[in-house]
Design a protein. Structure first.
Length: 332
């Protein structure tokens, strides 16, 4: 059975007929609220069984009660679950949640952080395109947590790229494939480099040849050039950086009359909405993206309220699994 939903600050605000910010002040800084309003809010909170999140309360010491999530491409369905999980955890903690799009640009990402820094208590950086040294530099000044990116010493949540990549190679090897091409994503993508390393290592263990091509834009429109390059490499199996790129590859192969998986197998990553609706349905690696977003906000809250009694920033690694569909088949 599902556990009862936790009462949030927004439930209290709705029942009391006040803004969530008023509830926050009444419970955390009562001297800033009219005594009548304060007593009313406290009574409603007690009646609903609301308990303030102690970590979030500490994070709000600067009286902003706001966090921001930065994503490289807001139109990519891969981030929908991550955003949803992060927003839910922020809401439960009584925090306002801001979403910003960096358009795959490290410069935009840094500019967004610096521009928003006076308005928020911290940032969740999803699939950050920043260099590692730049990320460390910013972390010394701002409260940061990462999603789908690891930087030693900084809190973050990732889906296990190594396990998912190994599962891809094991699946392809079982189908008799002896060569694989990885169609890489953006040059500054940490995830792209991690996936390639894991694919290459797993391919070597199975006696397969592996080659990386790209980088390609991680979008459907990038699939045309990626497919043409892969066909020239004469591999029997193609692994795309993400599902959007893989779907673009499938479209291009169809245009060229190349049967999938009759002549070549195609695999993606992320299991986005629509991966099972394209033709053929896409074999892909899935992971709990909503849980990753939620975990990153939790880590951000904990980092923002660190004390001697609280643990140091940590990394959360979430499991991945291969979803086998129609786009992979025996090697020819």
């Amino acid at each position: 059975m599902n556990s009862p939903r936790r009462t949030t600050i927004y439930d209290v605000a709705r029942e009391a007929g006040v803004a969530a910010s008023t509830v926050s002040r009444a419970l955390n800084n009562p001297r800033r609220v009219n005594p009548v309003t304060r007593d009313h809010v406290v009574a409603v909170a007690e009646r609903l069984g609301y308990r303030p999140d102690p970590l979030a309360t500490a994070l709000q010491s600067g009286h902003k009660a706001t966090i921001a999530m930065l994503v490289p491409d807001i139109t990519n369905p891969h981030f929908f679950g991550t955003i949803r999980g992060a927003e839910k955890r922020a809401s439960e903690a009584g925090l306002t949640f801001i979403l910003a799009n960096t358009e795959e640009s490290a410069d935009n990402e840094r500019n967004q952080i610096e521009r928003l820094s006076r308005s928020v208590d911290g940032f969740v950086l999803a699939a950050s395109r920043l260099r590692e040294d730049t990320t460390r530099e910013l972390a010394r000044e701002y409260n940061l947590a990462l999603v789908n990116r690891q930087v030693e010493g900084l809190p973050g949540a990732v889906v296990d790229n190594g396990s998912g990549s190994r599962q891809i190679i094991e699946h392809l090897a079982s189908l008799g494939h002896r060569s694989v091409v990885y169609l890489s994503g953006p040059h500054r993508s940490w995830t792209a480099s991690q996936r390639w390393r894991a694919l290459r290592a797993a391919a070597e263990r199975h006696g397969m040849t592996a080659r990386r091509l790209g980088p390609f834009p991680p979008k459907v429109d990038g699939g045309g050039a990626a497919a043409d390059a892969a066909l020239a490499a004469e591999a029997t199996a193609l692994v795309a950086h993400n599902d959007l790129l893989a779907i673009g590859v499938l479209r291009r192969l169809t245009e060229r009359g190349i049967p999938v998986p009759g002549r070549v197998s195609v695999v993606g990553y992320d299991d986005i909405f629509g991966a099972d609706l394209c033709v053929p349905a896409l074999t892909t690696v899935a992971g709990p993206q909503e849980e990753a977003g939620r975990a990153a906000v939790e880590l951000l809250i904990r980092k923002g309220s660190l004390s001697r009694s609280q643990p140091a920033p940590q990394q959360v690694v979430l499991p991945s699994h291969l979803v086998i569909r129609d786009s992979t088949g025996p090697a020819v």
